[in-house]
Design a protein around this ligand. Structure first.
Ligand SMILES: NC(=O)c1ccc[n+]([C@@H]2O[C@H](COP(=O)([O-])OP(=O)(O)OC[C@H]3O[C@@H](n4cnc5c(N)ncnc54)[C@H](O)[C@@H]3O)[C@@H](O)[C@H]2O)c1
Length: 347
């Protein structure tokens, strides 16, 4: 159930139907976002607060253990509620912690980054990273509700907005080309037009409700993610600095390259995306990365079956195909194409 500011009364009702309410924040959402919840009309003083460190490097078992220990210490029972107030890292780990605690307590996601609003907080994927692999441990578990308050975007740093924008552009390739217009602002640091935010949330909600456990259609949401996740895993594992959406923005370049090879996508869309990329996203120095290293990480991708590496590709805008088994040689070519592109923006 997606709720907006005008539905805050419904959230208050859901809270009242539980014995105790916990709010999970990271150090940034604690500082910047709790007050917004109060302004929206929620009695946050009644909540038991659990604060975890910010950043993907903390999306791990140690942090989950801390959350569970706080729930135990503060006597959370089966009718308790956990409100996850933060970005995608926090909604992922909070949803996971809640879903395992006493075999599952209710949780509400209140996403505070653009990426979490339009993607991570919606659809019921929860989890943590494990042994250097992204989202390796987790489960599908639906939040009781997702509360969207676009006010949170006001404090979001430019890179976090860019990161969310990447996922909105992704919807332009897999759902409806009008999403590509979301990036046509003069300056990507401007908060994104709320029309696109709501449209993207609806798209994610409709797709994930039709295929909650990712048996089919939902896989299209992974466009750009096969190489994107590998890059994210590789760089974060080496102490690098990359946002999830930035990795997806990069990962869409090899996905388009392979779409040309396997699905006859018109080359003009790769050129078009490169111009969008140059306008909206940062360049990364990937020259130290060997394509084979990313391939090794892709072998662990959860979309693989029977040892094959599977991609989501597109035949045209809004025409995705999933489970495309791609030859290892072409995967390497597509990664090298990306590395070359990041080296030289004219290629
Ligand atoms: N479950 C899913 O379907 C799904 C989908 C996409 C991504 N994800 C996951 O989401 C995570 C990435 O999410 P993210 O990009 O939101 O990152 P994040 O949660 O790490 O947040 C990014 C940074 O912004 C800060 N922040 C949060 N809200 C803020 C605000 N309003 N103002 C200022 N700063 C704020 C956070 O403290 C953090 O430092 C990854 O772990 C990824 O795997 C999950």
């Amino acid at each position: 159930m997606i709720l907006y500011r005008e539905n805050i009364g419904k959230i208050a009702e859901l809270i009242d139907s539980h014995t105790k309410t916990f709010v999970l924040t990271d150090e940034n959402s604690n500082r910047l976002c709790l007050g917004v919840l109060r302004e929206a009309g929620l009695d946050i003083e009644r909540f038991v607060k659990i604060v975890i460190p910010a950043g993907e490097q903390h999306k791990n078992l140690k942090t989950v253990e801390y959350i569970w220990s706080q729930l135990v210490e503060n006597k959370a029972d089966r009718k308790s509620l956990l409100i996850n107030l933060g970005g995608g890292m926090l909604t992922d780990i909070g949803g996971f912690a809640a879903s395992c605690y006493q075999r599952g307590i209710d949780f509400i996601n209140v996403p505070t980054t653009l990426l979490a609003m339009i993607d991570a907080a919606v659809g019921g994927k929860t989890g943590i990273d494990f042994q250097g692999l992204k989202n390796q441990i987790g489960l599908f578990s639906q939040p009781l509700a997702v509360l969207i308050l676009e006010d949170f975007l006001a404090t979001l740093p430019k890179r976090e907005l860019q990161s969310g924008l990447a996922e909105i552009i992704k919807y332009g390739f897999i759902v409806d080309k009008s999403f590509l217009e979301a990036s046509l602002t003069e300056n990507a640091a401007n908060p994104i037009d709320s029309v696109f935010v709501r449209k993207a949330i609806e798209a994610k909600d409709v797709i994930t409700r039709s295929d909650a456990n990712e048996q089919g259609l939902r896989k299209i949401l992974n466009f750009g993610h096969t190489v994107g996740h590998a890059l994210e895993t590789y760089l974060i594992g080496r102490g690098g600095d990359i946002r999830h959406g930035e990795a997806v923005a990069l990962g869409m370049i090899p996905a388009l390259y392979l779409s040309e090879k396997y699905c006859h996508l018109d080359h003009k869309w790769t050129l078009y995306y490169k111009s969008l990329y140059a306008k909206n996203f940062n360049r990364f120095d990937l020259s130290g990365i060997a394509a084979e290293d990313l391939l090794e990480i892709m072998r662990h991708d959860k979309k693989n079956e029977g040892g094959d590496i599977r991609f989501v590709l597109i035949e045209d805008l809004g025409k995705p195909v999933y489970d495309v088994v791609v030859d290892l040689k072409y995967i390497l070519d597509s990664v090298n194409y990306l590395i070359e592109y990041q080296k030289n923006e004219n290629c």
